[in-house]
Structures are given as C-alpha cells and as structure tokens.
Design a protein around this ligand. Structure first.
Ligand code: COA
Length: 163
C-alpha cells in the first residue's frame, strides 16, 4: 500500500488570512494530508486565543471547501511535534525576499535538530505578497475594510470584537 505523505504547516495564524488559505490549498494538491499546526506560546500576547484561532481556521477551511486538512495546536519545538505527528515535511510560504533570511535560518536549524525533516517552500500568490496577520489586525483595529484580505468568518469575528 502506498504510504500517505503528510506535511505540517506551522504558524501563529493570528488570524488566518487569504494568503495562508492559498498556501493550504496548494499544499493540499501536493500532499495527502496537510496538518495546520497552530503554535501556543504562553509568553506571547496574541489577538485571538488559541481555541479561537483554531476555530477560525476550521471555519475558513469549510468556507473554501478545503479537504485533507487537520488543525492542531502545538507548543515547544516544531521538530518534536513533527515526530509526534509522524510527518517529515514542513510547509512554509514565501511572500517576498524579506522572508528569506528568517525562513532560511529556520529551515537549516530544523534540519540540524532533526536530520529527517525537510522544509518545502511555496511562493505565495502575488496578490497576497503584501499581506500579513499584523497588517490585518492594524487595519481592522482602525476600522478599515479587511473583507478582501481574510476569510469571511475572520472578518466578521474581528469586526464584532473591535466594535
Ligand atoms: N500569507 C499571509 N501572511 C503570511 C503568510 C502567507 N502566505 N506566510 C506568513 N505570513 C505572515 C503571518 O501572517 C505572520 O504575520 P505577522 O508577523 O504580521 O503576525 C508572519 O508572516 C510570520 O508568521 P508565521 O508564519 O505564523 O510564523 P511565526 O514566525 O509566527 O511562527 C513558527 C513560526 C511557529 C513556525 C516557529 O516560530 C516555530 O517553529 N516555533 C516552534 C519553536 C521552534 O521549533 N523553534 C526553533 C525553530 S528553528
């Protein structure tokens, strides 16, 4: 029987944006299963709590009809979670050259920590290259329109929270 190939897409997702959805959709074409791993850092103040970030991701996937995707949270080292998940592939999106240094360092460090892990980079769609979760939080916080930047459920939740 053919081995199922799963990949882990880790991040803060505070909140998930249309740029993330685009990466998830394309990873779903390449892999049998995509595990979205939401990092829990007790020391970091986030806009949405972990259960809210997870539920927004799940609702967004439903909106976009994305299959083969699982959403989990993790804490500690990513390579330890990879082992637990039984996956050896990390998915990361690259938006611009400015992402490269940080991503390069992370990919090499993860490989040093676990020789089995490989990072696969997907170039974001050009229309999302300027997008980030903090930009979305800033625009929403100042009453701007984020409806073209995030899934509908995220836009509604942020509008409700900021009012
Ligand atoms: N579309 C839109 N935005 C995107 C994006 C895309 N395709 N890809 C990245 N981003 C944005 C995010 O929105 C986020 O924006 P913000 O900083 O404005 O909030 C930013 O890029 C980076 O976010 P993210 O992808 O969530 O990465 P991160 O730096 O928050 O988290 C982890 C990276 C979780 C993978 C990393 O910290 C980790 O592995 N931690 C575990 C501990 C560990 O193993 N450390 C050693 C690693 S070598």
């Amino acid at each position: 029987m053919k081995k199922r190939r799963s990949a882990v897409y880790p991040g803060s997702f505070d909140p998930i944006t249309n740029g993330h959805v685009d990466i998830i959709r394309r990873a779903g074409i390449l892999f049998d299963e995509v595990i979205i791993a939401v990092i829990v850092k007790p020391s970091k103040k986030t806009f949405f709590r972990t259960p809210e970030r997870i539920s927004l991701i799940k609702n967004s996937l439903r909106e976009f009809d994305l299959e083969k995707v699982k959403v989990v949270s993790f804490s500690g080292l990513l390579v330890n979670y990879m082992k637990e998940a039984g996956s050896e592939i990390i998915i990361r999106g690259l938006r611009a050259v400015s992402d490269f240094d940080y991503e390069f360092q992370m990919a090499l460090m993860n490989r040093k920590l676990s020789g089995r892990v490989e990072t696969v980079f997907l170039m974001t769609d050009a229309k999302f290259s300027y997008l980030s979760s903090s930009i979305v939080r800033e625009i929403a916080g100042m009453g701007g329109d984020i409806s073209a930047l995030v899934p509908g459920c995220v836009a509604r939740k942020m509008r409700g929270q900021i009012k």
